[in-house]
Design a protein around this ligand. Structure first.
Ligand code: NAD
Length: 381
């Protein structure tokens, strides 16, 4: 099943690490470490192989892919030997990374984005295209009545008003182009009633949102432990120090608010109450793509005895995110082919703020994912 992976934010750290990784896996130059779809429980002929993935995307920045890959290699995110060896393949993907188009109205912009997606599908004779948003996190948009209803949205998009934030406009264009859509960021993406209506009408699935790769991953494992042992979590505070483009963007208060809200949600939903404490994100330029998260948990046990846990996580954000981007492309393409449309709550395992999911413990999310892959059929394209 030839599958297009269209990355929105294609010149960013997560995207370029995903592209280098996909090319290295295709060439047999790397092992799929971190790709959960390669675990025995999730291996399935229904999923496209790594060799079936064709990469492309949009960005607003001009940085050449090879330059960005070299910068990631210099920072220790990807091996320099891979960037050297894959120079020609990266140059070929460069031809499929386009400047995000802009029309006079949002309806016109959406038509131009959809036309790029359709042309990509035709050029590479793709069976499916999955659009994955890995662009910078947006602030929460102001509410608009047209978000609730597709007919009202279509009318509003034709005016000169900016009705949708960029992530939602891309989801709208993707559905019109019969592409599935995944939001790896905390941005709005497809999560509006009008876009859900469109996804169902077009028969396209979508998933999101906000990849779970570090501190929140640990929270989704540790919070259920406290709940299952009936220990009372009194406070959970975290500080995340990160650099890179994502860190710089998250230094903006509005983007920071969207991200920290996404990070705290797992606690209330797993424990059934909200302990004291907040999650902070601070930009430290010198850390580049590496992140340090430090969390302090205070809790009480039998007879109210006070105890505490603290942990420190040093992660390479893009190296943690990229294999999940490839997993999501494979799973979402297979879901599209299996006839799924609308939200895919079974992808909750991958996300901090999963769409439509009721399970917030990682083990429950894993079980749902295993069962989901079992429903995707044998794959006959
Ligand atoms: N790395 C992780 O572990 C992780 C986990 C969860 C979520 N995320 C999210 O993934 C996203 C990407 O992170 P990154 O480290 O690659 O950031 P980055 O700053 O390196 O890359 C973002 C890219 O998006 C581009 N961009 C911005 N607005 C755009 C638009 N409207 N259309 C197209 N492109 C646009 C930028 O030019 C840039 O190239 C962020 O939103 C981040 O919060 C990352």
């Amino acid at each position: 099943m030839r599958t297009g992976v269209w990355l929105v934010g294609a010149r960013g750290s997560v995207a370029v690490t995903s592209i280098v990784g996909a090319l290295a896996l295709r060439a047999g130059m790397a092992e799929p470490i971190g790709c959960v779809t390669e675990l025995p429980e999730l291996r399935s002929p229904a999923l496209p192989g790594f060799a079936d993935l064709v990469m492309g995307g949009h960005d607003i920045a001009p940085t050449p892919l090879v330059k960005k890959a070299e910068a990631l290699a210099a920072a220790g995110v990807v091996p320099a030997r891979l960037v050297d060896a894959l120079h020609d393949e990266l140059a070929a993907v460069e031809r499929e990374v386009h400047q995000l188009p802009a029309g006079g109205t949002q309806a016109e912009t959406a038509r131009l984005v959809a036309a790029d997606l359709a042309a990509f599908r035709t050029r590479h004779r793709l069976d499916h295209v999955v659009v994955i948003n890995v662009a910078n996190t947006e602030p929460l948009p102001p509410p608009h009545p047209a978000h609730a209803d597709l007919a009202a949205l279509e009318r509003a998009l034709a005016s000169t008003e900016a009705v949708l934030p960029p992530s939602a406009l891309v989801a709208y264009a993707a559905f019109h182009a019969n592409c599935s859509y995944v939001d790896f960021t905390p941005s709005t993406g497809a999560r509006l009633p009008a876009l859900d209506e469109l996804a169902h009408r077009m028969g396209t699935p979508y998933g999101g949102r906000d990849g779970k790769t570090g501190e929140t991953l640990l929270k989704s494992v540790l919070a259920p432990m406290f709940a299952l042992r009936n220990l009372r979590v009194r406070s959970w505070s975290g500080i995340n120090l990160l650099g890179g483009g994502d860190g710089a963007n998250l230094a903006e208060p509005a983007a920071n608010a969207a991200k920290t809200a996404s990070k705290q949600r797992v606690l209330a939903e797993t424990l059934g109450y909200q302990p004291q404490g907040t999650t902070r994100i601070d930009f430290v330029d010198d850390l580049g793509d590496f992140k340090t998260a430090w969390d302090l948990v205070t809790f009480s046990g039998f007879l109210d005895t006070a105890m505490r846990l603290d942990f420190t996580w040093h992660g390479c954000d893009s190296a943690l995110a990229a294999p999940l981007v490839l997993d999501l492309a494979r799973l979402t393409a297979a879901a599209h082919r299996a006839g799924r449309s609308g939200p895919l709550p079974e992808l909750a395992f991958f996300f901090k703020d999963p769409i439509g999911a009721s399970a917030h413990a990682l083990t429950d999310q894993w079980q749902a994912l295993v069962e989901f892959v079992g429903t995707l059929g044998a794959g006959t394209d």
